[in-house]
Design a protein around this ligand. Structure first.
Ligand SMILES: NC(=O)c1ccc[n+]([C@@H]2O[C@H](COP(=O)([O-])OP(=O)(O)OC[C@H]3O[C@@H](n4cnc5c(N)ncnc54)[C@H](O)[C@@H]3O)[C@@H](O)[C@H]2O)c1
Length: 262
């Protein structure tokens, strides 16, 4: 452990899989206490157990990010176990892969509930919890996971793109409001490009592609010519969580192989 997050406690949603699980493991390896949260209780318990067996500090706290009361309980559980919560990473997310003409209201409501309402509830609860933290502590950090879909549009992802653009601008509003209100809280959005996770499998299923076909398409999709691994995205989340990004708020960190650069 090298301690870039020593004495910090991080609550991470979507910590049962993919980018959230990789971030939970990395944050713990850097000294953080981790509250690993996911709607899938077994998955977040596995993440917490993996952290514990590597010598780190973690608890699992399963909940649905769309549940207002559950957010209050999650922060209360984190504070009861570790004293306070310093970092929130809103990573839970859903993808939809329909062409607009085929998209249903049910899909819209499902994706908006997790990707937007979940991020709103998380940031609101974090501000309530973090706004009066002691002045001798480093500023708290909120990390909202958006996507390259927060920058540019693509076919068959209209609802997802709408939510990820919303996450990007909501993060700026949270950052500016917190600073203007004198709260010691930073907020930034993180923008992964295509990353090989469970969501990647959802995208494949939606597009009727095999993994190899998708990887082949990825070779031309971004300048670096490949998809990301979850650990590569977790490195960006670690930067946003730590004081290395202390002068960064209301901004975007793209880890997209150069996708949005052209
Ligand atoms: N994989 C990619 O290519 C990619 C690209 C850009 C952005 N992202 C974003 O990264 C984030 C993480 O995605 P991932 O690729 O690791 O996907 P993933 O499917 O591997 O992990 C998402 C996790 O969120 C959890 N989750 C879903 N609904 C939930 C809810 N209501 N409450 C709590 N947890 C819930 C799932 O159980 C799952 O463990 C998402 O916000 C996603 O939009 C992913």
């Amino acid at each position: 452990m090298s301690g870039r997050l020593a004495d910090r406690t991080a609550l991470i949603t979507g910590a049962g899989s993919g980018i959230g699980a990789a971030s939970a493991r990395l944050f713990a390896a850097e000294g953080a206490n981790v509250i690993a949260c996911d709607i899938d209780g077994n998955a977040c318990r596995e993440t917490a157990a993996a952290i514990a067996s590597a010598g780190g500090s973690a608890i699992a706290h399963p909940f649905d990010v769309c549940d207002e009361d559950a957010w209050r309980d999650a922060f209360a559980a984190g504070a009861a176990r570790f004293g306070r919560v310093d970092v929130l990473m809103n990573c839970a997310g859903l993808f939809d892969g329909e062409a607009l003409e085929d998209a249903t209201v049910a899909a819209f409501e499902r994706v908006v509930a997790v990707n937007l309402k979940g991020v709103f509830l998380g940031c609101r609860e974090a501000i309530r919890h973090m706004k009066s933290r002691p002045a001798n502590l480093p500023w708290a950090s909120l990390i909202n996971v958006s996507s390259t879909a927060g920058f540019v549009g693509t076919a068959r992802s209209g609802i997802y793109t709408m939510t990820k653009g919303g996450v990007r601008l909501f993060s700026k509003a949270v950052a500016v409001e917190a600073a203007e209100f004198g709260y010691p809280v930073r907020c930034n959005s993180l923008h992964p490009g295509g990353t090989e996770t469970g969501m990647f499998d959802d995208i494949l299923a939606a597009r009727g592609l095999t993994r190899e076909q998708h990887r082949e398409a990825a070779r031309t999709r971004n300048p670096l010519g490949r998809m990301a691994q979850p650990d590569e995205i977790a490195n960006g989340a670690l930067f946003l969580a730590s004081d290395e990004s202390a002068f960064m708020t209301g901004s975007e960190l793209a880890l997209d192989g150069g996708y949005a650069a052209r």
